[in-house]
Design a protein around this ligand. Structure first.
Ligand code: ADP
Ligand code: ZN
Ligand code: ZN
Length: 817
């Protein structure tokens, strides 16, 4: 009797592949272990054992595996169950799921590029002979592939050596590696409370009569705080009073000055849990009780709590409960909300039980988290992670929290699997018989609809923590302001007034503008020509800072033109505006204040994002200009004013979710204002103040928004009323993609009739020299989803069998966003 394994290989082919193994190997192997296997003429892949059996494949002669790579499974049965669901639901292959699920260090293959780890020096004497040979070779050659290493070692089975080198941190795979960010602590001083009364203060100044230097420090402290109304940095005090750090230190030692750090709890984590979770207030207590009750009948419950209502603290209590029962917890967040702020907050409560899983972490760190979760180690009882952390090898999950559940970034666009992490989390929880809590101040229509249909439980918190008032939202009609000449650039008189006021009081301001760059369109005044990207069907965006034109779709960059390419005229004008232009205008309007900008361009570098947030938190920046990056769960204490520079470009976005999203975005940015005792102020500038969404935003009317939007979704058969699958075709030859799309749509119509829309060219119909066409299949609730998918797959197979269409790329996106 011969022995075989079926193996999942990380490539987009529907089938599993069968390899032959020896009897001994069959005795050793388990489902979920890795093997290295030959594939095609010369390729090597890492595969996951899916099945062990005795049936030879009928259509091909099974090759032998190269080697077994693990002693025990690294993927468990529950994960394989989830992989299956993802492949079925999102219409992709198990190989696609495998590639997304495993850290790349786990799936070495012939194409993997290996180089020396430049960040860390290692002790070469710890390397075994074969490891040393590879390491040595990498001193002379910047990178090697698996085949090169096979040549160096003169053997085929080299993956184990590479795995060992990875474990020893001697090599790295070709990918960007980020280091963890440790913010610099800024030291502040204030006068000790003893001296808050007139009398004690006078006495102090008298006492210091004979220490003029020290007295000078105190006087300078007064003058700085009177001038800036902000906390005083030790460095500023030392500079302005001309006193050495030693003098300031002696004042601290004497108990005259008090030294402190702002938000030290966020930036200092000593390694131990050092804080008890907070006592909940009445609203939070009721919500917690309601959630627990809701979990009795609803495994999935939605927590709709206004911004700053203290949802995180409620999550913390639920996490404590789950841990007490010995269960693992997954806390999902959009990538961008995974800030040092939140991480440290949880680490302070739970210490080392928290592991963070982040796409920006190195392979090494990701492998470490993977292994800890797999072992159910004490270190990984709580995983705080972005979308891809649903793939970790949990074996006993008790609770999944999906915070900011409305965030569209939970959905993966590209490549397959195009999964939605929130929806997948619900399935994952179900596999573990665990509970799921979805949280948001602005729930997605999908989730709120599910709650209304009683599929999910619903719990609300309508008060902010500490009874801080919801910000006062004011709509500013900029059409009127323009007419009455009350605009300075893109700033209305109201905005300037409110900014002046807040800044004068030492408070901070956030300005939200959804577009980056200086101005999105450059146009010739003479002939109207606008410079276009040579690879994409879009106009280029002007970035003044580098005097460049850039394509936001493919990254194409060119110097700003001196004259029009079409007519030669030198009168080029820019239209529309982005964050860069706002930053420039605000610097001119408020030259005495420090301005920073947070968008894709400024956060790209190492720590870019954390640096800006920390500077803002530590009050080194007065005005922060940014894109929607600003909206995500940040908890700034000193922001009084938030302004949306132009609401209209959000509302007019060509997408059926544009209104829902605008509502969410505006309420979320507004939520950054006035999170402490001072009531926040929000100004929304718009040409159309009577727009229903803006009215709903200004009244914080979620339910009004929900009802009205749902009405549209019913009328136009959009999600969540209908499901939809988007089929995208792309090819560099327009005629080809056009013909193919027409054929495909016609075939789909024969089955689904009027529920097929398109083919259509998307608003941007060419990207990176590929032409795009979209077809949309709408699926009524009563129509079987699996039958629908079967039919689509059948049509796709006929499509692929047509020779002319074979080179057209087909992309299926279920529940597209
Ligand atoms: P949300 O996530 O709902 O926007 P947060 O959980 O960030 O709100 O809470 C807002 C602020 O209120 C945070 O600074 C948090 O530390 C504070 N807070 C919330 N609940 C409590 C509590 N029970 N005791 C003390 N502070 C709390
Ligand atoms: Zn011109
Ligand atoms: Zn482009």
């Amino acid at each position: 009797m011969r022995n075989f394994v079926d193996v999942i290989i990380p490539i987009p082919l529907q089938k599993l592949f069968t390899y032959s193994i020896t009897k001994a190997e069959a005795g050793f192997l388990n489902i979920g272990m890795r093997v290295s296997v030959p594939f095609g003429k010369s390729k090597i892949y890492t595969g996951i054992v899916y099945n062990i059996h005795n049936e030879a494949p009928t259509v091909y002669e099974a090759k032998e595996i190269h080697q077994i790579l693990d002693d025990s499974p690294i993927v468990n049965q529950k994960q394989l169950q989830l992989w299956h669901w993802i492949a079925d639901y999102y219409m992709c292959t198990l190989g696609d799921v495998m590639r997304a699920a495993l850290p790349s260090a786990f799936i070495l293959e012939s194409e993997t590029i290996i180089s020396k780890n430049t960040i860390k020096e290692i002790d070469e004497s710890n390397l075994k002979d074969d490891e040393f040979l590879v390491y040595e070779a990498l001193q002379h050659q910047s990178s090697l592939k698996i085949h090169d290493i096979a040549n160096i070692l003169d053997k085929k089975n080299v993956l184990p050596v590479i795995n060992r080198l990875l474990e020893k941190n001697a090599i790295q795979l070709d990918e960007e590696v980020y280091e963890k960010y440790i913010p610099k602590l800024v030291r502040y001083v204030k006068l000790h409370n003893h001296f808050s009364s007139e009398a004690t203060l006078h006495k102090l100044l008298d006492d210091l009569h004979r220490a003029p230097k020290q007295r000078q420090v105190i006087m300078t402290l007064f003058s700085i705080s009177a001038k800036t109304k902000k906390p005083v940095k030790v460095s500023d005090l030392s500079n302005e009073s001309d006193a050495s750090p030693a003098i300031i230190k002696s004042l601290i030692d004497k108990g005259i000055l008090d030294e402190y750090h702002i938000q030290t709890d966020r930036v200092q984590y000593s390694g131990d849990a050092n804080e008890d979770s907070k006592n909940l207030n009445d609203y939070q207590t009721i919500a917690l009780k309601e959630i627990k009750e809701s979990f009795i009948n609803h495994n999935i419950t939605l927590l709709h709590g206004v911004t700053s209502s203290g949802k995180t603290e409620v999550y913390v209590k639920l996490i404590e409960n789950a841990l007490q029962k010995g269960k693992q917890v997954l806390y999902l967040l959009p990538e961008i909300a995974l800030t040092t702020q939140l991480i440290t907050r949880l680490q302070n409560y739970f210490g080392e039980q928290v592991s963070v899983f982040h796409s920006r972490y190195s392979t090494h760190e990701r492998v470490e988290v993977w292994n800890n979760v797999l072992k159910n180690a004490a270190k990984a009882q709580i995983v705080l992670g972005a979308r891809s952390s649903i793939f970790l090898p949990f074996n006993d999950l008790g609770l999944i929290i999906v915070d900011e559940e409305h965030e569209q970034s939970f959905k993966q666009f590209d490549p397959a699997p195009r999964y939605h992490a929130r929806d997948t989390a619900v399935v994952l929880a179900n596999i573990h018989k665990a509970k799921t809590l979805l949280g948001s101040a602005t729930p997605s229509l999908e989730s709120y609809h599910n709650a209304q249909q009683n599929k999910y439980g619903l719990v609300e918190i309508s008060q902010r923590y500490n009874n801080v008032l919801m910000p006062d939202i004011e709509l500013v009609d900029i059409k009127d302001k323009h007419k009455r000449k009350l605009m300075k650039g893109h700033f209305s008189d109201r905005l300037i007034e409110e900014m002046t006021d807040a800044l004068k009081n030492g408070q901070q301001v956030i300005l939200f503008q959804n577009r980056r760059g200086f101005s999105p369109i450059v146009e010739c005044n003479t002939c109207g020509h606008a410079p276009q990207c040579p690879n994409c069907d879009v106009s280029l965006t002007y970035h003044q800072y580098r005097d460049q034109l850039r394509c936001h779709y493919c990254g194409y960059v060119t110097a700003m033109l001196k004259s029009c390419m079409a007519c030669g005229s030198s009168e080029l004008d820019s239209k529309g505006f982005g964050t860069e232009q706002i930053e420039e205008e605000v610097k001119a309007l408020f030259p005495d204040y420090k301005v920073a900008r947070m968008d894709l361009d400024t956060t790209r570098g190492k720590y870019g994002y954390e640096k800006i947030i920390t500077a803002f938190e530590q009050l080194e920046v007065d005005i922060l200009v940014g894109t929607q990056m600003l909206t995500k769960g940040l908890d700034f204490r000193n922001v009084k004013l938030v302004a949306v520079m132009n609401a209209d470009n959000l509302l007019n976005f060509p997408d059926f979710r544009a209104h829902e999203r605008s509502f969410q975005l505006m309420l979320q940015v507004s939520g950054r204002a006035g999170r402490t005792d001072v009531r926040g102020k929000v100004l929304i500038q718009t040409y159309n103040p009577y727009h229903a969404i803006l009215q709903q935003v200004s009244n914080n009317d979620y339910v009004g928004m929900f009802n009205e939007q749902m009405n549209d979704r019913y009328n136009f058969k959009y999600p969540p009323v209908y499901k939809q699958i988007k089929i995208t075709l792309k090819h560099k030859d327009y005629t080809k993609v056009d013909t193919a799309a027409i054929w495909l749509a016609k075939s789909l119509r024969q089955v689904f009739d009027a529920h097929v829309l398109g083919p259509e060219s998307p608003p941007i119909s060419r990207i990176r020299n590929q032409f795009y066409k979209n077809i949309l299949v709408k699926i009524p609730k009563k129509q079987s989803l699996s039958k629908t998918k079967e039919a689509i797959i059948k049509i796709n197979n006929s499509f692929l069998s047509i020779k002319d269409f074979r080179s057209v790329k087909l992309i299926l996106n279920v529940d597209n966003f």
